[in-house]
Structure formats: structure tokens, C-alpha cells
Design a protein around this ligand. Structure first.
Ligand code: ADP
Length: 264
């Protein structure tokens, strides 16, 4: 938009009816995007107007996971987001040429996020989910500046008792007066296909450890909102663009994710 003045972000206005959740994790590969798209699909299936902004520059896997094949189009000076499974999506991957890795720096990501929030025609939304890059760095500060009312969801594995990460997320949230809604533990064991006994592939307790550390840092209770088991159907749902909450709502992961969505 060249030198045009920046547009206001509708979700950041006082009195907005849109709930904004920023989904964060300490490191990549813990299932942050999988959790984000499943929560979005579950809430959309419940009749809510839902959108996801994929700001994960390293992953940008949200469109594939949600089955979004369309591209953004331009109408006048607004960007129209493509949609699938009832969820509107804009991804940073839709604006990078081919799959060329781009060296994104803090200020570029800040601008991209600003544009995704202000220059995309979202219409009225009940819920907006932001899939953040892993780590608790500049982008968390950008979100806080751009959408101060955004609430934070933390995804971790049982292994990641990395309370350090949680503490950093907590410290930023305290500084920016943002609310941490809770911790979602993912890859919490796998039911044995033969006897159904849980195999704790990644150990246990990471979600609670992170929640406890955050509770101490923030000075208010940060709950564990749910534990999502390892489930082939979750991975398949992501690969097929049909989130497990829709494709197999009764599967262990599908049911656990639906329960978390019901708490938001
Ligand atoms: P992140 O966004 O944290 O980098 P992803 O959501 O991309 O992580 O997940 C990484 C990989 O692990 C994906 O292939 C995804 O399908 C798979 N995965 C994530 N959570 C689960 C789970 N609970 N069960 C099985 N596979 C999972």
C-alpha cells in the first residue's frame, strides 16, 4: 500500500467482539499449527465465524492442514482471504515467491502481521487465531503492540519441561498485560494399538510444569486446558486438509481437541 497511512486493526479496537488467541510454543514441531487449525475447525463447525492468521514463517503449514487451496485475491485495496472447512486463512506462505525461504527479520514480520490484520477483509469474526512462529521473541511483542487484547495459548509436549520458555512467555505477558488462557499439552502419550495401554513416548508432566511455572510468573492461575494424545488420524487429517476434529471427532486426539475448543 505504498506510502498510504496504516489502517486501523478492527480486532484491536476497544469493545471489539472478536476474541483473539495467539498460539505460541517454545520450539517447532510440537504441534502448534495442528492444534491451531483443529481449534479453528472445531469452533467453525460450532457455528462461529473463525479465521486463522498463519504467521509461522518457519512452518506456514496452516493452509495445507485446513485444506485451503485458493489464493488471496484483491478487491480494490483489500485482500480477500481464501477459506476452507469454514475457516478463513491468510498465510505468510501465500506471499513468499515459490517456496523460497525468506530471511524474515523482526520489523518485516511486524509489518506483515500489521497488514494481515488491517488490510485483509475479514468481515465480522467471532474468533481470530494467530499461529505464531516458535519461540517467544519479537513476534510476541508485535502481537501485544498490534492487538493488545490478544490472549495467549501455549502448546508444549510432555517432554518440554522447559520452564524457561514458559517463564519468558509469562514475563512478556506480564509486561504487556496480556492474558495467558492456558497450556495445551500435545503428543501426550500414544495408546498401544494392541492393548490400549498408554505409551508415554515423550514422557509426562510437561504441560503441568509449564502451567505451574506460568502461574508463578504471572501471579494468576494458568490451567492445563487439555492433553492431546499422539494419534495417526491427527497427522493424516493435517496431510489431507481435513482436521481430525471433523474427520474423526471420536478419535482420541479429535475428542481431546474438541474438549479444549469447548473451553475457549
Ligand atoms: P508445529 O506447528 O509446532 O511446528 P505441527 O503442527 O506442524 O507442529 O506438527 C508437526 C508434525 O507432527 C506434523 O506432521 C503433525 O501432523 C504431527 N503431529 C502433531 N501433533 C500430533 C499428534 N498429536 N499426533 C500425531 N501427529 C501429530
Amino acid at each position: 500500500r505504498g506510502g498510504a497511512p496504516e489502517r486501523e486493526i478492527p480486532f484491536a479496537k476497544p469493545g471489539t467482539l472478536t476474541r483473539v488467541y495467539a498460539v505460541a510454543s517454545g520450539k517447532g514441531g510440537v504441534g502448534k499449527s495442528s492444534v491451531t487449525v483443529n481449534l479453528a475447525a472445531a469452533m467453525a463447525a460450532d457455528g462461529l465465524k473463525v479465521a486463522v492468521v498463519d504467521a509461522d514463517i518457519y512452518g506456514h503449514s496452516v493452509p495445507r492442514m485446513l485444506g485451503v487451496e485458493g489464493r488471496p485475491t484483491q478487491v480494490q485495496d483489500m485482500i480477500m482471504p481464501p477459506q476452507a472447512n469454514g475457516v478463513k486463512v491468510i498465510s505468510i506462505g501465500m506471499f513468499t515467491p515459490g517456496n523460497t525461504p525468506v530471511v524474515w527479520r523482526g520489523p518485516m514480520l511486524h509489518r506483515a502481521l500489521q497488514q494481515f490484520l488491517a488490510d485483509v477483509y475479514w468481515g465480522d469474526l467471532d474468533v481470530l487465531l494467530l499461529d505464531l512462529p516458535p519461540g517467544t521473541g519479537d513476534i510476541a511483542i508485535s502481537v501485544a503492540q498490534l492487538v493488545p487484547n490478544a490472549e495467549i495459548l501455549i502448546v508444549t509436549t510432555p517432554q518440554m519441561a522447559a520452564a524457561e520458555v514458559a517463564e519468558r512467555a509469562g514475563t512478556i505477558a506480564v509486561q504487556t498485560h496480556q492474558k495467558i488462557v492456558g497450556v495445551i499439552e500435545n503428543m501426550s502419550g500414544m495408546p498401544c494399538p494392541h492393548c490400549d495401554e498408554m505409551i508415554d513416548v515423550f514422557g509426562t508432566g510437561g504441560g503441568q510444569t509449564v502451567a505451574d511455572a506460568l502461574t508463578r510468573t504471572v501471579g494468576a492461575t494458568v490451567p492445563v486446558l487439555g492433553s492431546i494424545p499422539i494419534d495417526v488420524r491427527l497427522r493424516e487429517g493435517g496431510d489431507d486438509g481435513r482436521p481430525v476434529v471433523l474427520a474423526a471427532p471420536d478419535s482420541p486426539a479429535g475428542a481431546a481437541l474438541l474438549a479444549v475448543a469447548g473451553k475457549l
